[in-house]
Design a protein around this ligand. Structure first.
Ligand code: 5GP
Length: 181
């Protein structure tokens, strides 16, 4: 167990092998959803949490891809969001008429994703879809259409496989529950 103030990293919710299996399945679903691409699919990694998922998904896909990155800041404490989201890094290429897939680590309230979806739509992509590794529905404040979903998870704060607690634990291979003591 690792201590982080009052919070400690607890048990494994999704182990590394299950994550890799699901990533491979998602890649098959995504490949099938883009049978004819005029140009490579643009994967938009939402920094920083989605970086490991994006890296694995990109390697599992058979369709040609390009990689882009965006970053948002949402205000709140270590384990909850306040509802205010702002863009701190935009894409650096034109998305006009491109097929775009947003790659998210987790959808919690849905505020970040709905903000980003609206923002990316202003770049006039040909299509805009969303893949999220994790879906934590219990806190949803905005309706979000998740086109490709990895796992539904219960109402726990989780870390690992890209997800952090105060910037730590992103490199854990599994998704772990954070215990509040
Ligand atoms: P939302 O805007 O949907 O509430 O949350 C989106 C962002 O909040 C995620 O991309 C992630 O950075 C953070 N987040 C939400 N739930 C969790 C969680 O259980 N663990 C971690 N580490 N981050 C989370």
């Amino acid at each position: 167990m690792t201590q982080a103030g009052q919070l400690s990293i607890g048990g494994v919710l999704i182990d590394a092998a299950a994550i890799q299996r699901r990533v491979d399945e998602l890649a098959v679903e995504i490949d099938a959803a883009y049978p004819v691409l005029e140009q490579p699919l643009v994967l938009i990694c939402v920094l920083k949490g989605s970086i490991l998922f994006t890296a694995d998904l990109a390697r599992a896909l058979s369709v040609p891809i390009e990689l882009e990155f965006v970053a948002c800041r949402s205000y709140g404490d270590a384990t909850s969001s306040s509802g205010t989201v702002e863009l701190v890094k935009d894409v650096s290429m034109s998305l006009k008429d491109r097929d775009v897939l947003m790659v998210e680590d987790i959808i919690d309230t849905g505020l970040t994703t709905s903000f980003l979806r609206k923002h990316l739509a202003t770049h006039h992509p040909r299509s805009l879809r969303l893949v999220s590794l994790l879906d934590k529905r219990s806190h949803r404040m905005r309706e979000v259409q998740i086109d490709f979903r990895g796992f539904d998870i219960p109402d726990h704060f989780v870390v690992g496989y890209g997800l952090d607690l105060a910037q730590r634990h992103r490199n854990l291979r599994a998704v772990h529950i954070v215990d509040v003591s």
